[in-house]
Design a protein around this ligand. Structure first.
Ligand code: OAD
Length: 248
């Protein structure tokens, strides 16, 4: 493990442009459950029944009651952990420019990263399905479900449900940044959801080093990643930043 930390710090020191692709694993240490694996949301719910846009359109109150309300309780109080802070530190050191995240919890911005592409939208805002007015999620009163806009329309998370398009700007910028980086850090994603999982493939094909940080192997591990640093995001990021500070 020490060798891999040293290798990552050397790769970051040598790189001009560094980007990161993150997933739910980086927010686990902030108390937000992942989707897959032990304790994951999809262990308890069928995503097609509860996180698909058709399910929301069919019965918004049900999806609010089962999924959105629970997420609101967790995300409203979550704060960045050492994994998010490590990526913010890399930006402060002039190394990392953009974070492409599949997460909707806003914790990269809270940690201090200034250029965050929210590939699956954001949970920080709710959007009226009729007039598109936005409301800050923390301010939304959930005593009546589903919550409604002042125009009477139903509010929905400003995030991407299954069956919906990736925000076109997020997709376009992510592809461009992936194809133009020297190192891509892939942190805490199972890399099974497309098209997000394609970003490391684009980076690799464009000549970048792909470095995974994850306690588990993923479909990228043998095929795309140059190496996997096995461990939790907080601990690994702390160690990489400490090593990088020593050599730069
Ligand atoms: P997943 O829940 O699929 O994967 C979480 C990953 O985090 C796994 O690979 C774990 O091994 C890893 N992990 C666990 N603990 C960790 C730790 N302490 N530090 C780092 N990694 C850790 O989450 P995503 O890959 O983000 O989409 O899922 C992708 C998409 O699937 C989500 O954005 C969401 C979901 O359905 C939509 O809702 C559209």
């Amino acid at each position: 493990m020490d060798d891999l930390i040293k290798q990552a710090a050397d790769d970051l020191a040598a790189a001009g442009k560094v980007t990161a692709l993150t997933g739910a694993g980086i927010s686990i240490e902030s108390g937000i459950p992942p989707f897959r694996g032990k304790g994951g949301l999809w262990e308890r719910f069928d995503p097609m029944e509860i996180a698909h846009i058709d399910a929301f359109m069919r019965d918004p109150a049900r999806v609010w009651n089962i999924l959105v309300k629970e997420m609101k309780k967790i995300v409203d109080i979550a704060v960045p952990n050492d994994g998010h802070k490590g990526l913010a530190k890399l930006e402060e050191m002039g190394k990392l420019k953009t974070v492409i995240t599949q997460n909707i919890d806003g914790l990269h911005q809270a940690a201090g990263n200034t250029d965050v592409i929210e590939f699956h939208g954001t949970f920080a805002w709710q959007r009226c399905m009729d007039c598109s007015r936005k409301y800050e999620t923390r301010q939304v009163d959930i005593s009546v479900i589903p919550p409604r806009c002042s125009c009477g329309g139903i509010l929905r998370p400003d995030a991407v449900f299954f069956g919906e398009m990736i925000p076109p700007d997020a997709l376009r910028r992510s592809r461009q940044i992936a194809s133009d980086c020297d190192v891509m850090l892939v942190v805490g994603t199972s890399a099974v959801v497309q098209p997000a999982a394609l970003m490391p493939v684009i980076a690799k094909e464009s000549g970048a080093k792909v470095v995974e940080i994850n306690p588990e192997r993923t479909p990228l591990t043998d095929e795309i990643s140059d190496y996997l640093i096995p461990g939790g995001a907080g601990d690994v990021m702390n160690r990489i930043v400490a090593e990088l500070e020593q050599i730069s």
